[in-house]
Design a protein around this ligand. Structure first.
Ligand SMILES: [Fe+2]
Ligand SMILES: [Fe+2]
Ligand SMILES: [Fe+2]
Ligand SMILES: [Fe+2]
Length: 407
């Protein structure tokens, strides 16, 4: 089974762009605009194709650690230590692309040629790819890259930075890209197509380790959105992999189920934290906004070729057999086995993990709640028994991630 990793990366960056819009107030599609301009500049600097691919991915994911960084603040990290998000972000890039594929590209994405960046590195002491991302980020943070009328302002800004804030070669490449029509491409309403053109297709087998590493990273980013769900998606993914083994799935189907579990709450990246983290009861309006997350999961995942089953399983995790779930109101007949399995796993995880309104529950305290729901015709009784058998030994313990996968 072939997965389009390039499309998975773009979908995830779309979700990250939504978070960045919410948390930093930057205009939607920040990551994509930066990636497109960075790639255009990198091409003009004759970067090799491999470096260009790493540059594009790092530009899209330059703030992939945003949710983790914000969570670290809540755990007591200093507001001033913005370098943390660079370090976490570089670790994410290394995990995804492999150690050494993009050295320092994300770590130094806030450096300036004059040494006034977060780590105080000067021109020549950090990679040119990082400098390109830094320059594009600075330009876009002034919202200059989303309006074609800003062209004279952008050109003046880059010229002003040349030889001081950024090096002359990087500024020349950026000027040439802007002159060469890049700004028009970023503002013509077809940014998705432009981003598509950036990436060569990247088809990989679903069970390759790069796919697993990427899925684990995504579930981690999703979990970091709220302190209440620190391990939720990661644990559902690991438990889905375990259940795939329990039911003797073929390796391909097991991998697809793992991916669906890792991605199931990606739509939560679009739910405002003011609602996700609200300690009291939700108003009907707020509940509606929460419910929209599975529809956003469906919308995002359906953009990936070959993800048809994954999309169905992932976006059906709040459906109920009696048709009273959300967001498609599926009934028993329309919920296949893996959709039911993910729905059960989501409930098992939510009930057993610590939440502000209940402590962590042991397996024997979790299962009666599932059996009760099965009795009421909400979830699958056979699958509940399967979970009871397979998960008992992990009571109050994390299920480990999938065993080492094929390189
Ligand atoms: Fe940043
Ligand atoms: Fe940024
Ligand atoms: Fe959910
Ligand atoms: Fe969930």
């Amino acid at each position: 089974m072939i997965i389009r990793l390039d499309q998975m990366i773009k979908v995830t960056s779309s979700a990250l762009d939504i978070v960045e819009g919410e948390l930093l107030g930057v205009k939607r599609d920040h990551g994509k605009r930066i990636a497109c301009l960075a790639a255009a500049a990198g091409r003009r600097l004759n970067m090799p194709e491999e470096t260009l691919r790493s540059l594009s991915v790092c530009a899209l994911f330059h703030d992939s650690a945003l949710t983790e960084y914000i969570l670290a603040h809540e755990d007591g990290a200093k507001e001033s230590d913005k370098r943390l998000h660079c370090e976490y972000g570089q670790r994410n890039a290394d995990n995804l692309l492999g150690e050494g594929a993009a050295p320092g590209f994300v770590l130094y994405h806030h450096e300036r040629a004059d040494g006034k960046g977060l780590f105080g590195k000067k021109a020549g002491e950090f990679p040119q790819a990082a400098e390109i991302i830094s320059a594009c980020d600075l330009i876009d943070l002034q919202s200059l890259l989303s309006d074609p009328a800003e062209k004279p302002g952008i050109i003046a800004f880059i010229k002003e930075c040349s030889g001081t804030v950024f090096t002359e070669p990087v500024c020349s490449a950026l000027l040439s890209a802007i002159d060469g029509g890049c700004l028009e491409l970023l503002t013509d309403g077809k940014l998705d197509e432009t981003t598509d053109a950036l990436f060569p297709e990247w088809p990989v087998e679903a069970d390759r380790s790069i796919v697993f590493r990427f899925a684990a990273l995504i579930s981690y980013i999703i979990d970091c959105k709220s302190p209440f769900t620190k391990r939720h998606s990661q644990q559902i993914a690991n438990k889905a992999w375990l259940m795939g083994g329990f039911y003797n799935y073929e390796r391909d189907e097991r991998a697809l189920l793992y991916l669906a579990a890792a991605f199931h709450d990606i739509g939560k990246l679009g739910t405002p934290n003011s609602i996700l983290d609200k300690p009291g009861a939700l108003t009907p309006e707020e509940f509606k906004i929460i419910q929209a997350h599975s529809a956003l999961t469906e919308e995002l995942l359906s953009r990936v070729d070959g993800f048809e089953k994954i999309t169905l399983w992932a976006c059906s995790h709040h459906e109920k057999l009696n048709g009273k779930g959300y967001h498609n109101g599926l009934t028993e007949e329309r919920m296949d086995f893996n959709s039911r399995l993910l729905a059960c796993l989501d409930i098992y995880q939510a009930v057993s993990e610590e939440r502000p309104y209940h402590p962590a529950r042991a397996h024997e305290d979790t299962m009666p709640i599932l059996y009760d729901m099965a009795k009421k015709g909400l979830i699958d009784a056979d699958i509940s028994r399967g979970l009871d058998e397979a998960l008992a030994e992990y009571s109050l313990r994390d299920v480990p991630p999938p065993e080492r996968t094929t390189e």
